[in-house]
Design a binder for this molecule. Structure first.
Ligand code: FE2
Length: 268
């Protein structure tokens, strides 16, 4: 299978590059499935129903979220009913929505998408390792599912890399999100799991991780907030990861960073 994971979409610039590029990438890269991290899509904070629909119409199959899952109040209307929307699995029990979902692709393949959130330099949550372990113990790669993706939304590179090794051989890919800068460590672990510490963001990189520079700079230099964070609106880069797997085993055969447009050096 060929799966594209697009990193955190930040604001309008990020949305536009995803909506423009995903339809052509589905064809040119012969994609079976497209996952987008949409937790910063609405002005940098959360996502709305209108934005989820615009992603689905462009060919996105699944939207994962993160620490900003519930920033937009209106998302509560669809968090439980939209079965393609995934928030971290290790939120407290009873939190609306789901932390994992199974999809059938057009070729009839089964794909399980799991998202968990890290706890290092993040809000305290339930143990992401225990939550992912339970899911992987009940969902076997190769027999039950053709592809299993684990997205760890986390700040610490160490926590993400540990999750990669924790899932090695049990997931097709472990990808990181939340940092908004792509890491240069795409690799396949010995057990066959593809891994990259962070997918980067889909957004304007002439910014401070997607936000217009002035306010973050003011806070770093003066420590006095002078306004709100607002997304940078310049040319955006679509930044993601392409993973290919063996149809028999579900394990990875290749992992390629994808960067298109905007200010980052392109890969395609
Ligand atoms: Fe985040």
């Amino acid at each position: 299978m060929r799966v594209l994971y697009c990193g955190d979409v930040v604001g309008r610039s990020g949305r536009e590059v995803v909506i423009e590029k995903v339809p052509e990438l589905r064809k040119s890269l012969k994609l079976d499935f497209v996952v987008v991290n949409g937790e910063n899509a609405a002005s940098g904070f959360g996502i709305t129903e209108k934005i989820t629909n615009s992603f689905y119409e462009s060919g996105v199959d699944c939207i994962v979220l993160g620490n900003h899952s519930f920033d937009q109040k209106e998302i509560m209307n669809i968090m439980s009913s939209d079965k393609k929307l995934i928030r971290p699995v290790n939120y407290p029990e009873g939190t609306p929505g789901r932390g994992a979902a199974v999809f059938k692709t057009a070729r009839g393949k089964s794909i399980l998408i799991i998202q968990a959130m890290g706890r290092v330099f993040m809000d305290p949550l339930d143990d992401p390792f225990a939550a992912v372990d339970r899911l992987l113990n009940g969902n076997r790669l190769g027999s039950q599912h053709d592809f299993i993706l684990v997205d760890l939304h986390a700040e610490a590179t160490s926590e993400k890399m540990a999750m990669g090794h924790f899932c090695d051989g049990r997931a097709s890919a472990v990808v990181g999100s939340h940092q908004h800068v792509p890491t240069a460590d795409a690799m396949i672990f010995p057990g066959g799991t593809a891994y990259q510490t962070d997918a980067g963001m889909c957004g304007d990189y002439h910014s401070v991780i997607g936000m217009q520079k002035d306010e973050p700079l003011r806070r770093f230099t003066r420590k006095i907030p002078g306004g709100r964070f607002t997304p940078a609106l310049g040319a955006a880069t679509l930044c993601g990861i392409l993973i290919e797997t063996n149809d028999e085993t579900g394990l990875a055969t290749s992992i390629e960073p994808i960067r298109i447009g905007g200010h980052l050096k392109p890969t395609l």
